[in-house]
Design a protein around this ligand. Structure first.
Ligand code: GUN
Length: 281
């Protein structure tokens, strides 16, 4: 069994990004990322701070707009509009979830597709669905990069994606499908999850439910990717019961130190892609 070390790979990716950033700076271009956080969700605050720290490590300029929980949708849209117009800002990220009184789709659609470093805009989701992607969800592309780094072939493989959300499950399924995998997407209404997972060569679980995937559900030699993150006391746990699953799997991601760091590295990668798009437009 091999542990897929997302922390080590993300550091390697970030080293390359650092060089690219410094090359841009030599040309007088400072890559800029704006992050918007509405309210005080502690997990979101932690993620945004981690993203800001990663930007600092590679030399990307980042600004963090912290907006009050009660902000109106109109005001939030006007903040996004200003960032769309700001030439210093190449990438825009609105941390999700948003408060309930705000229409998430309207907000996601307000971000200029060419600055949509999360890949959440329907333009970018649509391009991914058509197999001609521009920005791809950082978690999905981070997982793909991790699989590639360990020479794990997805073409022709039976993959089960557990979780059908817009942030990970759906883009992951599309990306895998584009690469020739046979993909089954499972969700809360899925019947017989266990049997479906048991037949998979690769399992990606993105639910956020501790212990959802156990060793008895895993085919001998399967590849298991754990996207779940749930706080438990002072530590975080994933969807996968690491102890029982690791004795069956050929490859497995740890939590923490698996998918999470790759997501952040791909955000930086997407920010540089946004810089490149801005120069070619
Ligand atoms: N909330 C949970 N994951 C993410 C992410 O990757 N991007 C944004 N914007 N919000 C999130």
């Amino acid at each position: 069994m091999t542990i897929l070390d997302g922390r080590a790979l993300s550091q390697k990716v970030m080293e390359d990004i650092k060089v690219e950033v410094s090359n841009y700076k030599k040309r007088g271009i400072v890559p800029g990322l704006a992050m918007i956080l509405v309210g005080n969700n502690p997990a979101s605050l932690l993620y945004v701070n981690m993203k800001a720290k990663a930007c600092e490590q590679v030399g990307i300029y980042s600004i963090n707009h912290r907006l009050p929980q009660e902000i109106t949708e109109k005001k939030l849209l006007s903040v996004i509009e200003a960032l769309n117009e700001n030439p210093m800002i190449h990438g825009i990220l609105v941390q999700l979830p948003l408060p309930e009184h705000i229409d998430e789709s309207r907000v996601v659609e307000a971000v200029a597709p060419c600055k949509d470093v999360d890949g959440f805009h329907p333009y970018n989701m649509g391009r991914l669905a058509r197999g001609n992607p521009c920005f791809i969800s950082c978690t999905a592309s981070g997982i793909m990069k991790l699989l590639e780094a360990y020479d794990i072939e997805v073409k022709g493989k039976d993959v089960v994606v557990v979780g059908a959300g817009n942030i990970t499950g759906k883009p992951m399924a599309l990306l895998l499908l584009n690469r020739g995998a046979t993909v089954q997407v499972c969700h809360v209404f899925t019947k017989g999850l266990e049997d479906k997972v048991k037949n998979a060569d690769i399992v990606v679980s993105a639910v956020g439910k501790e212990g959802l995937i156990t060793g008895d559900m895993i085919k001998e030699g399967a590849v298991v990717i754990d996207v779940g993150i749930k706080k438990k006391g002072d530590s975080v746990v994933g969807d996968v019961d690491f102890g029982s699953v690791s004795s069956k799997a050929s490859f497995i991601t740890p939590v923490p130190g698996g998918v999470g760091p790759m997501t952040i590295a791909m955000l930086l990668h997407n920010t540089l892609k946004a810089v490149s798009l801005s120069l070619n437009s």
